[in-house]
Every structure is written in structure tokens, then in C-alpha cells.
Design a protein around this ligand. Structure first.
Ligand SMILES: *Cc1c(COP(=O)(O)O)cnc(C)c1O
Length: 446
């Protein structure tokens, strides 16, 4: 195993109030040039980033508990990724795999065959974004089955393109006034132990299956798509047995089971993929975010018979599997192996969970503490109820940011703080960030 090394000092340093004067200048310029529809969590502008820190344009060094939304699992400038990108771009930045193919694309697909759950014969296709991977997984499932209906779940998030908006559950901000949406998408109840009365996973899956059979009919369903741990929807970990029961039903009914691991993949949850925790083998898996150390790349990997059913030219895209992004992915995968980042993610989860469960004993506004590995969440409620407290959640995130710790909120009800630190964050920095967060909760929740 290779030690993690850092280029930047792994320290929290606040030299100005946040946002500092240069960030404020950029915010003013942004207002006049960037469309208002693009939001940002933190109004601090990045100048440099490495390991667990982001240094802003005013010289403040912030602790990063977001990893650019689960993207920079190996850090934002891992030396292997930097070297691979540099080497590739000096040779060629693009040829288009559909015009003049190159080896790195094949190597990434070989890695994905080996890393994804199941030892069956697999094929892969590379794209640019998570939404694009999801769209293509559905295209493949529809063509291969000759069916059209797609089942998605409450609290799901699958992207912002037309089909993926249809699959996404939450209206504001993702869907409101952006319709009409793609047809033949059906939504089913999700196992959400904190809010479904602790229904066991098998029972929750049977309920969803019974609705599918009644409302759609099994033989009309092309695919079930589900995040094995939901991301934007609130880091919802379904009860044990939910996923395996759905998979078993899908298999028995010729329905393609698609696991959307765009956020959960690449060691985030303590395994290479979240499906691995319950031995779930999806027919198709979608990947993006953590795949390429920060470069834009996405992929679908699935059963060879499904992927090879598509005619030549039916799948692709100008930039899909760009050679620089492929080089970055190969380096990022090597870094995850070298540093044993699945084990790091487990360790981060253990450290944080111990503190959160202790804190939850004292703070009744913490309704639920959940997650796996380095995908961790705190759900805030009005004490003694399950009524969401989005205002408190926003106040805690704001306080953390003022103190130089970047966190994200999520959840259908906006009442979840989620942590997605780079997996290479040092123990000292993680500990300091957790202290800032726990102090903010203690101060604001009482
Ligand atoms: C982020 C995300 C997507 C969309 O990925 P983009 O790269 O933003 O298009 C899809 N599915 C899940 C589970 C995600 O977390």
C-alpha cells in the first residue's frame, strides 16, 4: 500500500472572513456573466485543491467534506492523475473513439469489467456525465427487452436531462416548469427506514413489486433503476433485503435491473460499489463522479447479451470516453487500489459515526444518523417528531462554511447534512472538521 502524500498543507486557515474580498469580486462578475440558474453551495472561489483542502482566491484554506459531490475521491489533484493527464494531453487530446479509436478506452472498459459486481461476461460504453450514462442504460434496456416502461423510486435522483428529470423525484429545483417529461416512467415507494416505520426490506420491496404488477404489468417493464444508497434524495440506505428482493423479481420477470452508482461508486461506501454490501449483481451499472479523479467521464457496464444487442452506431457521442479522461480514470483506479481507499472509506465512516451517534444521544433534533463508509448523513427534525427541519439544517451548513468547513445538504425535505469527504483526507483534518460540525450542531440545535 502506498502512503498518501500531499502537495498543499493539510490545514484549515482562515485569513479573511468568508467570502473574502477577491471571492466577492468574482461573485459580482459572475452575476453579470453566468446564468442565475446555476447555483453554488459555497460563495468562495477555488484557486487550488489537494487532499482534504480547497484553497480559495483569498488564501483561505477550507476543509473539503464535499469532494465536488463525491467526485474527487482520490483528491482534487492526485499526483498519478495529474501525471496521466499531462502525458496524454501532450500526445493527443481527442480523436473521437467513433472515428479513430485508442487503447485507453479499452483499458477502462477492461477495468470496469473486473471491478463491477458479478463475474459474468460484460461490456461497457463510456460517456461524459452521469445523466448521459443513465439515459444510455435505459436505451439499452428498452432495445434489449422490446419493452418501454421504466420503474424509478421516491426520492430518486438520476440527473437533469429530459429523461433523467423524468426519473428524478424532486420537483424543486430539478423539474419545476421544465416539462413535459419523457413518458413511461413509473414511481414506486422506496425503503426509507426512518420514515416508513422501519418496514423491513423484503416487505418494502414486496409492496413496490405488487404496485408494479398492478399498475404497469411485469411484462411491460423494461427496467428498474435505483440508487443502492440514494444520494440527492437524502442518503437513504434501504433496509436490508430491499435490493436483493427487487433483483430477484427483476430476474424472474425479464426486467433489466439498473443500479445507478454514479454517486456511490469507486470506494465511496467502503466497497468499490454499494451493491457489493449485499452481494447485489446488477444487469447494468451506471458510473460517473468518482471514476476519473475529477475529469468528466461516465460509463455503463452490463451483461454482454444486453449491451451487444444494440446495433453499431446506436450508442456513443463525440466526446464519450475522451482519451484524457480515460487516462485520468486509469490513474484514479490505480490510486484507489494503491491506497486501499475502500478501507479508508470504512475507517472514515467508523470515526464519524462514533461521534454522530454520541451526539445524537444529546441532541433530539438529530432524527437519524446513517450512511455507509464515507457517505454519511445527519437528518434533522423538530425534537420528538419526524417533521423535517430544513432551516436548522441550512443554518448548520452555513455555520460550518463560516468556520472553513464545506458541507452539503440534501434530501427531499432539505433537512439532511451529507458528508462526502475525499477519501484521502487525513485523520487530523477529518477530526477537526467533525469538531467544527458537531460544535455547530450543538450551538444551533438547542
Ligand atoms: C449526480 C448523479 C447523477 C447525474 O450525474 P451528472 O454527471 O450530474 O449528470 C445521476 N445519478 C446519481 C445517483 C447522481 O448522484
Amino acid at each position: 500500500m502506498t502512503e498518501i502524500s500531499y502537495r498543499l498543507p493539510q490545514r484549515r486557515v482562515l485569513s479573511t472572513a468568508l467570502p473574502g474580498p477577491r471571492s466577492q469580486e468574482l461573485a459580482a462578475r459572475r452575476k453579470a456573466a453566468v446564468a442565475a440558474g446555476v447555483g453554488s453551495t459555497a460563495p468562495v472561489y477555488a484557486a487550488d485543491a489537494d487532499g482534504g483542502v480547497i484553497v480559495d482566491v483569498d488564501g483561505n484554506s477550507l476543509i473539503d467534506l464535499a469532494a465536488g459531490i463525491a467526485v474527487t475521491n482520490v483528491g482534487a489533484s492526485h499526483p498519478k492523475v495529474v501525471a496521466a493527464v499531462r502525458d496524454q494531453i501532450e500526445r493527443f487530446a481527442h480523436t473521437c473513439f467513433m472515428v479513430t479509436p485508442y487503447e485507453a478506452y479499452i483499458q477502462v472498459c477492461e477495468e470496469l469489467s473486473a471491478l463491477t459486481p458479478g463475474d459474468h461476461e460484460k461490456r461497457s460504453v463510456l460517456f461524459n456525465s452521469g445523466a448521459e450514462a443513465v439515459e444510455n442504460a435505459i436505451k439499452v434496456a428498452r432495445l434489449a427487452t422490446g419493452r418501454t416502461a421504466v420503474v424509478a423510486f421516491d426520492h430518486a435522483y438520476h440527473g437533469r436531462t429530459n429523461l433523467t428529470m423524468a426519473l428524478t423525484a424532486k420537483s424543486m429545483p430539478y423539474k419545476s416548469h421544465f416539462g413535459p417529461f419523457a413518458p413511461e416512467v413509473y414511481r414506486m415507494p422506496m425503503s426509507y427506514p426512518f420514515r416508513d416505520g422501519g418496514l423491513d426490506g423484503v416487505a418494502a420491496a414486496r409492496e413496490a413489486i405488487s404496485r408494479i404488477e398492478k399498475q404497469i404489468g411485469a411484462d411491460s417493464v423494461a427496467a428498474i433503476i435505483i440508487e443502492p444508497i440514494q444520494g440527492e434524495g437524502g442518503f437513504i440506505v434501504p433496509a436490508a433485503g430491499f435490493l436483493p428482493t427487487l433483483v430477484e423479481w427483476a430476474r424472474a420477470n425479464g426486467v433489466v435491473f439498473i443500479a445507478d452508482e454514479v454517486q456511490t461508486g469507486f470506494a465511496r461506501t467502503g466497497e468499490w460499489f454499494a451493491c457489493d454490501h449485499e452481494g447485489v449483481v446488477p444487469d447494468i451499472i451506471t458510473m460517473a463522479k468518482g471514476i476519473a479523479g475529477g475529469m468528466p467521464l461516465s460509463a455503463i457496464t452490463g451483461r454482454a447479451d444486453l449491451l451487444d444487442a444494440v446495433h453499431a452506431g446506436g450508442l456513443g457521442g463525440t466526446y464519450g470516453g475522451n482519451p484524457v479522461a480515460c487516462a485520468a480514470a486509469l490513474a484514479a483506479i490505480e490510486a484507489i487500489r494503491d491506497h486501499d481507499l475502500p478501507a479508508r472509506a470504512k475507517h472514515i465512516g467508523e470515526v464519524a459515526m462514533a461521534r454522530f451517534t454520541a451526539l445524537a444521544q444529546e441532541i433530539p433534533a438529530i432524527g437519524d444518523v446513517r450512511g455507509r463508509g464515507a457517505m454519511l448523513a445527519l437528518e434533522f427534525v423538530r425534537p420528538g417528531t419526524t417533521e423535517p427541519d430544513a432551516a436548522l439544517t441550512a443554518a448548520i451548513a452555513k455555520r460550518c462554511l463560516e468556520q472553513g468547513v464545506i458541507t452539503l445538504t440534501c434530501g427531499t425535505f432539505g433537512n439532511v447534512i451529507r458528508l462526502l469527504p475525499p477519501l484521502v483526507i487525513s485523520d487530523e483534518l477529518l477530526d477537526e472538521a467533525l469538531t467544527v460540525l458537531c460544535t455547530a450542531i450543538g450551538d444551533l440545535a438547542n
